[in-house]
Design a protein. Structure first.
Length: 187
């Protein structure tokens, strides 16, 4: 799922716009090819804002245009997944939510706070919002660090593979033994 979108949101949208397949009462078979387990012959359902619940519409409308576009792309990816892939994603999302809930419970315990249900719900909401901000910041920092490293990698590979296309062997940046067996730095 895209980092810009709350991971569980697309799954909620999927359930809202494509409810569980209905079966024929007499045979128990899927009512349509779109409900079959093989994932073939399915026609993706077009994303429709109108099919969302009022709360989901409000959340969707609060997204920036770029985030809404990312949501539509995620929707298309979801519609193109096989039932097995969807099941895997749902299970992964459930595990992620359980892990976060455990972290929230641990943080309440560690803080020594005694919260009633309403305060605990507010604490959970705030923890989740702040955690999302932290994760977004960490992703941005990681991407900023990754880009120069990837550029250096591509440059190194380019040099290595250009050298391999020539008849002479490519020099190694690592120390290698010379004819006498002593290590000499690469050129």
């Amino acid at each position: 799922m895209a980092a810009l979108i709350q991971p569980g949101f697309i799954l909620t949208l999927a359930r809202a716009q494509n409810p569980a397949p209905q079966t024929k009462p007499s045979t128990g078979a899927p009512a349509s090819p779109a409900a079959s387990d093989d994932g073939k012959g399915e026609k993706p359902i077009k994303f429709r804002r109108e099919a969302l619940t009022p709360d989901q519409q409000k959340r969707y409308d609060s997204l920036s245009p770029d985030q809404q576009e990312e949501m539509r792309k995620n929707w298309e990816r979801w519609q193109n997944m096989t039932p097995a892939e969807k099941k895997f994603m749902l299970e992964a999302e459930q595990q992620r939510r359980q892990k976060i809930q455990q972290e929230i419970d641990d943080s309440i315990k560690q803080s020594g706070l005694q919260l009633d249900d309403k305060a605990k719900d507010e604490y959970t909401k705030r923890y989740t919002q702040e955690r999302r901000k932290i994760e977004k910041k960490l992703q941005q920092e990681m991407e900023e660090k990754r880009q120069p490293l990837l550029k250096a990698l591509v440059d190194q590979l380019k040099a290595d593979f250009q050298d391999k296309s020539s008849p002479s062997p490519a020099p190694s940046p690592y120390a290698s033994p010379d004819a006498s067996g002593t290590a000499t730095p690469g050129k």
